[in-house]
Design a protein around this ligand. Sequence first.
Ligand SMILES: Cc1cc2nc3c(=O)[nH]c(=O)nc-3n(C[C@H](O)[C@H](O)[C@H](O)COP(=O)(O)OP(=O)(O)OC[C@H]3O[C@@H](n4cnc5c(N)ncnc54)[C@H](O)[C@@H]3O)c2cc1C
Length: 285
Amino acid sequence: MEFMQPATWSEALAMKAAHPEATPIAGGTDVMVGLNLDHGRPESIIDLTRIRELGEWGSDDGWLRIGAGVTYTKLIDELGDRLPGLAMASRTVGSPQIRNRGTVGGNLGTASPAGDAHPPLLAADAQVELASATGTRRVPVREFFTGPKQTTMRKDELIAAFLVEPAAGPQQFSKVGTRNAMVIAVCSFALALDPARRRVGTGIGSAGPTPLRATEAERFLEGVLDEQGSWDRRTRVSEAAVTRFGELVASAARPIDDVRGTAAYRRHALSVLARRCFTWAWAAA
Ligand SMILES: Cc1cc2nc3c(=O)[nH]c(=O)nc-3n(C[C@H](O)[C@H](O)[C@H](O)COP(=O)(O)OP(=O)(O)OC[C@H]3O[C@@H](n4cnc5c(N)ncnc54)[C@H](O)[C@@H]3O)c2cc1C
């Protein structure tokens, strides 16, 4: 196996152009598990850990631009106040050791339907910045996932960063697993409320071939909050409306039966998670 270790971003992009089949490695918390379990043996690996800017974040025209190599720990510590939904999800990832190594870029790269960073990124309408030796493009995260572990990323591209606006209102994330830590989600849900734009954002994890948005549920809740003038006055939202929101989230899921849970359980759990997330978020608003 060839092991390449670029020192700069342009070197990394040139290596990926010359070796499109090469597997990039960041924290290695997915790649090394695959190697150890002999799920495949890449001919070559490009280690991205020496590229300083991948581990940095900054502001870009009102957005936060966060390098693909920023770890969960760094994100929680440095951006938890601006990205509370993503920070909540990050706190549920693995263990402290995994959060110290694992990166959101790696979560996007693996593109597992159960990746915990995906629902809050969907709810916040984030973008993924992809780069190759020939240029850079930004893809809305809702268009990034094309199937289980499949994305729109080309073989000559790397994930440079993801971009997300600082939270403009309350955000929540909730996950069901067989225990509290070190567990793959049975299903998960993220919610982002933006009172100024009167916008509701959602993200569903581990209940479909890709992470999903519940767009009908979003429009329904926006309508309810508009109709009641609740965005401004923060009035109580009826139990019936919250229940309907949960039902619409559940119906947007496309779950399967597998070792972690049945499709029916996932739908039920999602309706509960959606109701809870909204109730918590509305209380915070
Ligand atoms: C014990 C354990 C517990 C875990 N618990 C959770 C959990 O609770 N929730 C969860 O979501 N995940 C969990 N994971 C999975 C893993 O930690 C996450 O998916 C993590 O985000 C992967 O990040 P990484 O930097 O380690 O990625 P790596 O393993 O380095 O890479 C992952 C994938 O992304 C690609 N990649 C990495 N960086 C780039 C880049 N810049 N450009 C293009 N492709 C890139 C790699 O080629 C690979 O395909 C767990 C893993 C372990 C071992």
